[in-house]
Write a protein that binds this ligand. Sequence first.
Ligand SMILES: [Zn+2]
Length: 285
Amino acid sequence: MSSFSSWRFIPQIQEPTDHHDPAYWFLFQGDKLAVLPAAESVEIPCVLDPSELGITPLRRQFLGFVEREGQRVACFSAELDDTLALGDGWMVDNLRQLYTPLGDSWFQLAGRAVQIMEWDRTHQFCGRCGAPMLSVPNERAKRCTVCGLSNYPRLSPAIIIAVTREMKGEKRLLLARNHRFPAGRYSVLAGFVEPGESLEECAAREVMEEVGIEIDNIRYYASQPWPFPNSLMLGFTAEYAGGDFQLEDAEIAEADWFSPRNLPNLPQKPSIARQLIDAFVAENQ
Ligand SMILES: [Zn+2]
C-alpha cells in the first residue's frame, strides 16, 4: 500500500462509541494476515464491519486511528476461525512475505495488530487460577475476574549487535552463520535479554556465549518492533576487545570478520540486522 508523508498512527485503547465510518480491519487466520491484492500492492480491507465482506470474526480489538490527509480512520485487529474459507480475491500470507507490498508504515501497524490479536487470543483465562480474564477499560490490559491478576501484552526484548574490529588496515564486521539460516547467509549476532540483566550486559554475554569474543564501547544504535512473535529488537554497536573465536556449536555454524568490500549473503530489509550492516558499510567505504 502506498504511504503518504502525512500518514501517522494514533494508538488508542477505548473503542469510540460513535464508530459509524469504515475502518481498517487487520484480519488474521493464525498469524497470517488476510489482505486484498491491488495492482502492485495489497490493501487492508476498509469497511464498517467485516460482515459486509461475509466475515464474522471470533474476537476483535480496537487499535486506534490512522490519520492520513487530515482524516482519521479507525483500525481494528480481529481473529478469524482457522477453518473459515475466504473466497477468491483474498490473499492470506505471513507478515514477512507482505512487507514489500504493504510498505513500512502498514507493515509496522500490522505487526502491532498481530501482537494484540495474539495476546487477546492466548489470554482469555487467568494463568494463575484459570478463571476468565476481562479487558480493563482504558488500558491495554486484562484482569482476572476471580483473583485479580493483571496481564499486559508481552514484549520480549532482544539485543542485536554489530561488532567491529580494526584488521589489516580496515574496519571489519563480525558476522555469523546460524544453523537455522539459509545456506550462505550471515548476520550480526542477536539474543534475548534475560531477567535481571541490563542491555549492555546482555550484549556482552551474547557475543561471549556465541563466538567467545570480548567487546567494549557498547553503544545504542536504534530499535525495531519485530512481531515474530513479540520481540523488540534493540540494536547496538561495539568494538572488539579481545579473545579468539570459540563458537557455540548448538547455534553458530561459522563466524568471521568481514571487510565492507567482501560481504556474504545478508538478511533482507526490513530487518534491523540489515540496517546495522548497511550503516557499517556506509561508514567504512
Ligand atoms: Zn485468576
